[in-house]
Design a binder for this molecule. Structure first.
Ligand code: ME8
Length: 512
């Protein structure tokens, strides 16, 4: 069976999950479900990033050990994912033995390849705050010119720290070549260009160990150093699937790493260069999606305005949240979340379009035909046009999702739903019932129900619970969505004459 490996970033445990984290994870889940439905052997990985100074400091601020903080926050993620119907195959913690072993093996491989050397690293230290700042952090905070501390505004001093370095600069040309010859490696295209010009601007070697804090994986053979948190974190994509015990694990290389644009450079510069040095294949694709603001504002810890999943789940079903996030904003672009937009999209696209087509079709089938499908008579042009649209949808959705174009996949499916509603108006089944044209009435109702069934199959990865309920009304039987395969249910004409559907029961009631 063809394998498919999809990952999310592993989330830091110094913050609780919010809208941004669920966005990436939902997107990955839709890909995983779609690929399983298409018959592939899927491995979907998510997890948490526990090491590093940020986590150590957050734990200290609460007066607990870093592992205690991690143990608490990890439960928030573990509890949340089932509520959002996330079907990950594994959940990696970077504090786990299997991961540490993977990181140390990666380190040794880099060392054996001659890609690591020891030198000094220059940091900026604020004595009163006892905090270390990098040059980049000072520049980003606008504190570079007179070199003051971004926190307390006092002058920082230069300190030298012994550090291991990774020969990132050695891989510059190979990376450029790889990006040029693999146009699908970095998406969307704007991000690819951004990375390319960054790499062409020249790469510096990367400091990959720290001695100023201890919460991390010890450097093999030099325990005074911990491995830089990004070397540690990126290796999760391999340690979770059996590296180093399996050599190159079965699921490697990943088909797609889904990430936010904030961590693009780590995934498209550091990670591929590390893999080249370690002589391991590169991931096939890295997709960096855009950034959500909430009601026009940037979410920030200091403002305390992060949108928490519980605030959403209180009023909206997981399926509706899943649909909205992937429909509202073209994947790759930034977007704004608002409850008003969510309600509006729900009412127009789900309640009015899908819900209405389902309710009226099943209601007419029950009213005129006691819920039983009749034989299909002569097909007219109008019927063939509907079938062609439905059949084209499957291919188009698959192609869109192969490029992570969720919004295009959904728009294509919605187009079929609108076509279905037009088909009802144009064929006016109520008039056929009144005039006693039973053969034509049966044909029209059959086309509607079969269209609905295939729409539900395509929407399953996006809204698994709602679509299972829709399919149960159509099939008049319980549906095991996890076991469903396109090869069995994806073709037009599965339902036969004599099949009885259920009475409609609203899946998308209108929201006021
Ligand atoms: O960066 N809009 O973890 P993290 C969209 N541990 N997505 C958002 C978002 C927003 N406003 N805010 C967060 C880390 N995200 C590292 C990753 S991977 C080897 C290590 C999402 O907890 C988005 O996917 O800060 C982003 O990349 C990720 O959360 C950052 O999560």
């Amino acid at each position: 069976m063809e394998k498919y490996y999809v990952t999310t970033p592993i989330y830091y445990v110094n913050d609780e999950p919010h809208l941004g984290h669920i966005y990436t994870t939902i997107a990955a889940d839709v890909l995983a479900r779609h690929q399983r439905l298409s018959g592939r052997d899927v491995f979907f990985l998510t997890g948490v990033d526990e090491h590093g100074q940020k986590v150590q400091q957050a734990a200290e601020a609460r007066g607990i050990a870093p592992i205690e903080l991690a143990d608490q926050v990890v439960e928030r993620y573990r509890d949340l994912w089932p509520e959002l119907e996330i079907t990950h195959n594994d959940f990696i913690r970077t504090s786990s033995g299997r991961h540490k072993k993977g990181v140390q093996a990666m380190w040794r491989r880099l060392e054996q390849a001659g890609a690591i050397y020891k030198d000094f690293y220059e940091d900026w230290y604020c004595v009163p705050c006892e905090s270390y700042w990098t040059e980049t952090q000072l520049k980003d905070a606008g504190c570079w010119d007179d070199k003051h501390c971004p926190d307390c505004r006092r002058v920082v001093e230069k300190v030298q720290e012994e550090s291991y370095f990774f020969r990132l600069s050695d891989y510059q040309d190979r990376l450029i070549e790889h990006i040029r010859t693999h146009p699908d490696f970095i998406a969307p295209a704007s991000r690819r260009n951004e990375v390319l010009s960054f790499v062409e601007g020249g790469l510096n070697d990367l400091s990959v160990s720290r001695t100023t804090f201890s919460w991390g994986v010890p450097v093999p053979g030099d325990e005074g150093h911990v491995v830089y948190v990004w070397i540690d974190a990126l290796t999760n994509y391999l340690s979770a699937i059996g590296f180093p015990d399996q050599g190159v694990p079965d699921y490697w290389p990943a088909d797609v790493h889904l990430i936010g644009k904030d961590i693009l450079r780590f995934h498209t510069v550091y990670w591929p260069c590390m893999l080249m040095a370690a002589d391991l294949p590169l991931p096939k694709r890295v997709f960096a999606h855009g950034w959500w603001t909430v009601e026009g504002e940037k979410m920030s810890k200091s403002k305390g305005n992060a949108l928490r999943p519980a605030d959403l789940l209180k009023d909206y079903d997981a399926d509706v949240i899943r649909y909205f996030l992937l429909r509202e904003v073209p994947f790759g672009q930034d977007g704004d979340f608002s409850f008003e937009a969510l309600k509006q999209r729900y009412n127009t696209e789900l309640a009015n379009d899908v819900g209405n087509l389902l309710n009226r079709s099943l209601a007419m089938l029950n009213k005129y035909r006691d819920g039983v499908l009749g034989a299909v008579g002569d097909e007219r042009e109008i019927d063939r046009a509907l079938i062609a649209d439905v059949q084209g949808m499957q291919q188009d959705v698959a192609e869109a999702l192969e490029r992570q174009a969720f919004h295009i996949a959904l728009e294509r499916i919605n187009g079929v739903v609108r076509h279905g509603n037009r088909y009802v108006e144009e064929n006016a089944p109520w008039a056929l019932a009144r005039s006693g044209d039973d053969a034509r009435l049966d044909t029209v109702l059959y086309h509607l129900i079969e269209t609905l069934r295939l729409v539900a199959v395509q929407l399953l990865p996006f809204m698994p619970e709602k679509m299972a309920r829709m399919l149960e009304q159509i099939h008049a039987a319980d549906v095991d969505v996890a076991a469903m395969r396109l090869a069995d249910v994806g073709g037009w004409g599965l339902l036969k004459a004599g099949h009885r559907c259920r009475k409609p029961s609203p899946v998308f009631p209108r929201m006021d």
